[in-house]
Design a protein around this ligand. Structure first.
Ligand code: ADP
Ligand code: ASP
Ligand code: MG
Length: 241
């Protein structure tokens, strides 16, 4: 199977967590799957970067902001690959533009339009785990764009859709999708499965667990999405028809 695994900021917070994520990807390869990993920036890196930039001025250049913020995910991607190498696994990191992820030109909230090259496929064919920096793409003018806060989920689902992957696994800090935020409401109930439509309503009403555009894409391309914990084993939630 071709599987996209996505790791969010908390799941990559420190070296130990990067190792756990990398080992999971290696185990999947050993089990016979082809793996594309999509990574977010580590921990609260993006928030810190936003604050740094705002210390300069309130009227920031959207183009430069995207170029700046995209670097958080790039750091994660190359760190993850160095970890994979240390585990004896062939792997290569790609930025959004190296991967050919074309977007429109709305800086800070760009939409994915397609893939312009077959680099990911070529690297997979060479036996690599391909680690793609989430949250970013390139527009037709050749400028770096970002997909909106939480947008690495959208990178993962978009790549799963455009590569024809069998499954997109979103590894995060909760063990699935709940009817309300389980961190705020101890009585929240986890779904074993949820339809694309119901998930879209949840995401659009602010359930951060999946970026709303990732759900739109999953619904459009019929990508099965599994949301599960980075830290605990368990089936998580299937987002599916
Ligand atoms: P990541 O860094 O992995 O992308 P996020 O912080 O973006 O993780 O999303 C996971 C968080 O979403 C959880 O920690 C949880 O507090 C929050 N959340 C909000 N609503 C829900 C919900 N309905 N189900 C699960 N998690 C939710
Ligand atoms: N790093 C970006 C953010 O914090 C994208 C993501 O984590 O999905 O919004
Ligand atoms: Mg997120």
């Amino acid at each position: 199977m071709l599987i996209v695994q996505k790791y969010g900021g908390t799941s990559l917070m420190d070296t130990d967590r990067v190792r756990v994520a990398a080992q999971r990807a290696v185990d999947a390869v050993k089990a016979g799957d082809r793996i594309v990993v999509v990574v977010s920036a580590q921990g609260k890196t993006t928030d810190q970067m936003v604050n740094n930039a705002r210390e300069i001025t309130d009227s920031l250049s959207a183009r430069e902001m995207d170029a700046y913020l995209a670097s958080g995910e790039q750091m994660s991607a190359s760190l993850m690959v160095m970890m994979l190498h240390s585990l004896g696994q062939k792997a290569v990191s790609l930025t959004g533009w190296q991967a050919g992820l074309l977007t429109d030109s709305v800086h800070g909230n760009a939409r994915v339009k397609g893939l312009t090259n077959d680099r990911i496929r070529k690297e997979l064919d060479e036996g690599n785990i391909v680690v793609v920096a989430g949250f970013q793409g390139i527009n037709e003018a050749g400028d770096i764009t970002t997909l909106g806060r939480g947008g690495s989920d959208t990178t993962a689902v978009a790549l799963a859709a455009l590569l024809g992957a069998d499954l997109c696994r979103i590894y995060t800090d909760v063990d699935g999708v709940y009817d309300k935020d389980p961190r705020k409401f101890p009585d929240a109930v986890r779904f074993d499965r949820i339809s694309y439509r119901d998930m879209l309503v949840l995401a659009q009403s602010g359930a951060q667990v999946l970026h709303d555009r990732s759900v739109e894409l999953a619904m459009q391309y019929r990508v099965p999405v599994q949301v599960l914990s980075s830290f605990r084993p368990g089936p998580g939630t299937m987002v599916i028809d």
